[in-house]
Write a protein that binds this ligand. Structure first.
Ligand SMILES: [Zn+2]
Length: 286
């Protein structure tokens, strides 16, 4: 395997923060807007979690990527610009946080382009995309390529970057994710809407993520961590992230990078596999 995409590091770590705020809940129904507790649980992300996490990243001088729904950027003018000013990347995370699998192609295109319009109006350069709930379709990847973005980060077909051949728009980079490197499965607890019912020990999560990073160093992978500021911005969880960063730095062979940088490195590596998006044939039971 070529070392071009990882610039010689044993593992590349992309710390990513999905700044869903209220959109992740309102996408399930507008009536939740009147649920003050639930809205405050979500607002904690951009209001408390993001500033705390930005300070943490500053302390270690580590670049990261923040996937922001267009609606969130619109509701909080200056949020995306503040993230970019601190040296990080802001990336596309839909407009309304509705998953592509629940929308028609026309609805998805309108939602996708509405987010791009918000970021263009705020003068925020967008290089990549992550589908809401990671629920991308082949059409999603087409939209990413059609709008000349470099990468998507919603699929799970590898543990290193790969190249995706879209239907008509050429190749983009895919920076794959996985449930095991997502704080949602560890920390999400909300009774209504029911989005999760776990509050794991940050010590357990740190142990799991450090083990994965070590294994990924062995296999020379992309450690693409997905965190949500309303979850991982909470104190003991932010401290676990701090210890994870310290662990990675102590290993001495882990490179932290923004997703856009890794996507460029991936597209400069012709040896990376190219995978198509053709769905498998229908499986007939009789
Ligand atoms: Zn999200």
């Amino acid at each position: 395997m070529s070392d071009v995409w990882n610039r010689g590091a044993a593992a590349v770590a992309t710390l990513t923060f999905d700044v869903d705020a209220e959109s992740a809940i309102l996408a399930r129904g507008g009536t939740y807007a009147d649920h003050a507790m639930t809205m405050s649980h979500q607002a904690y992300g951009p209001d408390v979690g993001v500033p705390r996490l930005l300070d943490l990243l500053d302390e270690f001088d580590i670049p990261a990527t923040f996937f922001v729904p267009g609606w969130v950027a619109q509701q909080r003018p200056g949020l995306a610009a503040r993230i970019v000013e601190r040296g990080h990347e802001v990336a596309h995370h839909s407009y309304s946080h509705r998953p592509p699998t629940t929308m028609s192609e026309a609805e998805e295109q309108a939602d996708f382009e509405r987010a791009l319009d918000v970021f263009a109006a705020q003068d925020i350069e967008i290089l990549g995309h992550r589908a809401a709930l990671w629920e991308a379709t082949a059409h999603t990847l087409d939209l990413v390529a059609q709008h000349s973005l470099l990468y998507d980060s919603s699929l799970m077909g590898d543990d290193r970057p790969y190249r995706v051949a879209t239907a008509n728009r050429g190749e983009i980079a895919e920076l794959p994710v996985h449930w095991s490197l997502d704080d949602w499965e560890q920390y999400a607890f909300l009774p209504d809407p029911h989005v999760g019912s776990v509050i794991e020990s940050p010590a357990k999560v740190l142990d799991m993520w450090c083990a994965e990073l070590d294994a990924m160093r062995h296999y020379r992978c992309l450690f693409n961590l997905t965190c949500h500021p309303f979850l991982s911005g909470r104190p003991s969880r932010a401290m676990a992230l701090r210890r994870l960063i310290e662990f990675a730095l102590q290993r001495g062979d882990v490179t932290f990078a923004r997703c856009g940088d890794v996507a460029r490195w991936a597209m400069d590596t012709p040896e990376l596999p190219v995978r198509g998006l053709t769905p498998p044939p229908t499986l007939h039971f009789a």
